[in-house]
Each structure stands twice: as structure tokens, then as C-alpha cells.
Design a protein around this ligand. Structure first.
Ligand SMILES: [Zn+2]
Ligand SMILES: [Zn+2]
Length: 500
């Protein structure tokens, strides 16, 4: 009888442990990829997945002590609760991170049409420049939130945000080291006399509260509004958060008057303003999860092509005065292939500055953040024997200011994380990991030169060995990281989240 009781207990203990691992622990949901720009979104480190172990142990012990007629209903209740909770969590994630391929195609078509319409109304509108504006605003928002300097950007926000910032005054908090990992347009709508653009932003920052610093990752949705019929200011006035009339930066008074030219700014009347911000996800960031590798997802997903790809390709080639087919093969060979190999090689040996001329500012900052995180954890992410198996052009977006080309790259590499002694902490240095990624390159419209030597400055031709952190050539002083003179890589999106 005693034996039977022990077996029953053992059975329950195993069952509960099994269920606890699969239903209670969020480990399976929190995944981390290595590789630059690699789906680190939502990660926040594996640290968050490890908690709760002690609670589970105590729960199992407690349940084993109870008679089965009580413990069984309790277990059923816990399982039911957890299933509902997981479903909820998965469904919210599905909306923000991985819509089905079908949904993506439909959403893509809509986005493209609405973007075309916006450009027809406002020929100065460029998605590339708008994203720079939004990123700059995001950066300043976090830096100045709760500070008197918030007034410099207050005319670009709804009164509610200014109030929130006011409320945070005197709480002794400072945000710094703000890094934007990804920023995507998810919606463009025209309604009730307003243009509206919705963005999703994946970022991280350090919050210092009463001297104690903590790092957070956030996933946010920002909504921008502007009166319909407005024409965007010239890119140099648009790119950074400046007075749309005179271009002065950080010049606004408490009354939203530009102290340089006197223009009074009314939200949405002359320029975009942020009508809503929402934090969809926020987690403490920990380097503890940097060695974890999740199963590669999305490599077999069908490629998401732009609907009017043929047309946009032709339009682009005509504008550049080149043959469409010739351009394509040339671009894949001399730009995509070369950039991919060079950037991954530089990432692998922690020498990002050596490819500074090939990266946009945001991407460079994001790479730098991840490399520093690895360093901080005493780790390095190695990528060896990199091979490209296929490259497909999926999107060509020539607007009046920028050319933007997105490709899907299929590749494989030995991808692993090791410590300073060379011990493998994650991934494999024997078995190649097969993956695919969407890379978006941008370049100022009107640049004709297709080929350039990636080892030289595209502006002055001097060796590209003296490019500073800010993307300026040390010889000619020109900024080359904004695509003014040649292609720069602006975005890397993982195949399971690429939304077109
Ligand atoms: Zn002004
Ligand atoms: Zn130069």
C-alpha cells in the first residue's frame, strides 16, 4: 500500500514537472538569435525565462502532499489557466511580430498603394527620410522625457505626452544609450483630413533611477499625424527634429515658438506630430541569454515580393539610365554579395569600424550595441564559412529623394558564441546554420555610379580606413552613412518577421 502511494506520488511528480516545463515556463517563447540585427527583438535576454523555477518546485511539493481528490482539480485548474494565458500571449505576439504570409501580402499591397498615394500628394515625402525623423524624435523623447528640454520637441507631440513628461519631473530619472534596433512602417492611412502613419519600434535604453542603472528593451507603436495636403520640408530640415520653417534645431520655447524665426508650431499643422505612443512590450535586458540559440524559423517561408516589382524595377532603371537586367545582376554581385561578406566578416572579428562606410547610422549603432553586449558578457559571436546560396530582389522603392532596394539572402554559416578561452557557449562550429534574411539598401536618388570599391570613400576616393563613428570620411569630411554617395545597408529583417 505504501509502495503504491509512492508510485502514485512519483507519477504525479513526473506529470506535474512535465506540464510545468511546457506550460508554465516561458523559455520556449523567449528566443534569441545571434547574427547582426538578428531577431533580437522581444528578447530581453534569456534571463526572463529562467525565473519561476523555485515557485514550480514549491508547487509540486505542495501538490504531492495533498490527497489526489484535492490535487487533481487544482492541477486541472492551473493547466486551464496557463493554456488560456499562453494563447493570449501568443495572439498578441502574432499581431505585432509574425503575421501570416497571406496577411503580409495583403497588408503589403495596402501599404504600397497608400505610400504611392502619399507621394503623389507630397512629392517631397520619402520613407527613408521620414524614418530618420521618427528615429530622431524617438531618441530625443527618451533623452528629454521628464526634463525641461522636452519643450524642444513638445510641438511634435500631443499635449498628453508633454503632460506625462511633466509628471516625471523631479523623479530623478535619466535615460541614456538609446539604441533603435528596428523601425518599421506598419500602416499608412488618410482619414478625416489627416495623414496617419503608424510605426513599430524595437529599441533599448538605459534608465538611471536614483543612481541605479538598468537596461530595458522596448517594443513600441507610435502614431504620427499630419494635416493632409502638406508638403514635407527638404530632407535636411526633415531628417533631424528641426523647425520646419527655418531648420533651427532644438529652438522651441515653452509656447512652441521657434526662437530663431518666430514661427509658431501647431501640432500637425506644418509637420508630423506623434499623436499616440504605446509600449507593447518592455523587459529588463540581460546579457545572460546571449549564448542561447533558438531553432531557426522562417527560412522556408515563401518570399514576400512587392506587388508591382516589375514596374518599380523598370522605373528605377530608367531613372538611373541603365538596363534593368544588367543593373540587377550587377547590383547582386557588386553590392549585395560584397556587403554581406564584408559586414559579417567584420562582425565576427568585432571590427565594425572597418565597414562603417557600408552601414547606416542606425544599423551601425545597433550592431555596436550587440557587440558591446557580447563583450560585456565575455563572449564573441563568430560567423565562419559564410556561403550565400541565393539572393532575390523583393522590393525596389524609388521615391523622389531615395532609392531603396530590399533583397532576400539565403545563406549558411558556422554560427556560434564562444568565451575568451574559445569554449563554445552556443551554436555550433561544426554544423552550418542555414538561414535567410531581408536586407534593405538605400541610396540618394540621382546617384548614377553603380560600382565602387568598398575599400574607398565613395565621395573622395581615399581609402575607407578613416571613417569615424558618425559615418564621416576622415579625408573629405563628407558624411557617407546616409547613402548620399553610394549604397548603404539600412535594415536587416529576419524572415519570420519581415513585413514588406
Ligand atoms: Zn524656425
Ligand atoms: Zn572621402
Amino acid at each position: 500500500m505504501q509502495n503504491n502511494r509512492n508510485y502514485t506520488r512519483l507519477f504525479w511528480a513526473l506529470l506535474i514537472t512535465f506540464l510545468a516545463i511546457f506550460l508554465i515556463s516561458p523559455i520556449a517563447l523567449d528566443m534569441l538569435w545571434a547574427r547582426p540585427g538578428g531577431g533580437h527583438s522581444f528578447s530581453g535576454g534569456g534571463g526572463s525565462g529562467g525565473s519561476g523555477g523555485g515557485d514550480i518546485g514549491a508547487l509540486i511539493y505542495l501538490l504531492m502532499e495533498l490527497p489526489p481528490e484535492i490535487s487533481i482539480p487544482v492541477i486541472i485548474a492551473i493547466i486551464a489557466f496557463k493554456i488560456i494565458q499562453n494563447r493570449r500571449r501568443n495572439s498578441t505576439r502574432a499581431v505585432t511580430s509574425s503575421p501570416t504570409v497571406q496577411n503580409r501580402v495583403v497588408r503589403n499591397n495596402q501599404l504600397e498603394n497608400n505610400l504611392d498615394y502619399l507621394i503623389q500628394q507630397d512629392p517631397n515625402f520619402s520613407k527613408v527620410v521620414f524614418l530618420d525623423f521618427a528615429a530622431s524624435l524617438f531618441h530625443k523623447y527618451y533623452t528629454w522625457f521628464g526634463k525641461p528640454e522636452f519643450r524642444f520637441i513638445a510641438p511634435f507631440f500631443s499635449p498628453k505626452e508633454t503632460q506625462l513628461s511633466e509628471n516625471q519631473k523631479n523623479t530623478n530619472q535619466t535615460n541614456s544609450e538609446i539604441v533603435i534596433g528596428a523601425i518599421n512602417v506598419t500602416d499608412i492611412v488618410r482619414s478625416h483630413g489627416y495623414d496617419r502613419i503608424t510605426l513599430e519600434i524595437d529599441a533599448n535604453y538605459t534608465n538611471t533611477h536614483n543612481g541605479k542603472a538598468s537596461r530595458f528593451t522596448v517594443y513600441e507603436r507610435w502614431q504620427f499625424l499630419r494635416k493632409s495636403g502638406l508638403i514635407s520640408p527638404a530632407p535636411e530640415r526633415m531628417r533631424s527634429v528641426a523647425c520646419p520653417n527655418c531648420g533651427a534645431v532644438s529652438s522651441f520655447t515653452d509656447n512652441a515658438d521657434c526662437s530663431a524665426c518666430g514661427t509658431h508650431l501647431t501640432a500637425g499643422e506644418q509637420q508630423w506630430y506623434v499623436s499616440q505612443t504605446a509600449v507593447l512590450d518592455r523587459k529588463a535586458f540581460s546579457v545572460a541569454g546571449l549564448g542561447h540559440y533558438a531553432q531557426e524559423r522562417g527560412t522556408d517561408y515563401p518570399t514576400v515580393y512587392q506587388t508591382g516589382l516589375q514596374n518599380t524595377q523598370t522605373r528605377f532603371a530608367q531613372r538611373a539610365g541603365i538596363d534593368s537586367q544588367l543593373w540587377k545582376s550587377d547590383f547582386l554581385q557588386t553590392v549585395v554579395n560584397v556587403y554581406f561578406m564584408k559586414i559579417y566578416a567584420a562582425w565576427s572579428i568585432n571590427r565594425l569600424l572597418s565597414v562603417r562606410n557600408l552601414l547606416s547610422d542606425r544599423l551601425y549603432e545597433s550592431f555596436e550595441f550587440w557587440i558591446n553586449s557580447y563583450k560585456q558578457a565575455g563572449l564573441v559571436n563568430k560567423l565562419e564559412q559564410i556561403k550565400i546560396s541565393d539572393i532575390q530582389i523583393v522590393k525596389v522603392e524609388p521615391d523622389n529623394l531615395y532609392d531603396s532596394v530590399t533583397v532576400r539572402i539565403f545563406a549558411s554559416a558556422l554560427d556560434y558564441v564562444s568565451d575568451s578561452q574559445g569554449n563554445i557557449k552556443g551554436g555550433s562550429n561544426r554544423k552550418a546554420r542555414v538561414f535567410s534574411e531581408y536586407w534593405t539598401f538605400i541610396r540618394r536618388a540621382g546617384v548614377k555610379k553603380q560600382n565602387f570599391d568598398t575599400a574607398t570613400c565613395p565621395s573622395c576616393g581615399a581609402p575607407a580606413d578613416n571613417i569615424g563613428q558618425a559615418g564621416e570620411c576622415g579625408y573629405c569630411g563628407n558624411k557617407i552613412s546616409n547613402g548620399e554617395f553610394s549604397w548603404v545597408l539600412a535594415i536587416i529583417a529576419q524572415d519570420e518577421v519581415y513585413g514588406g
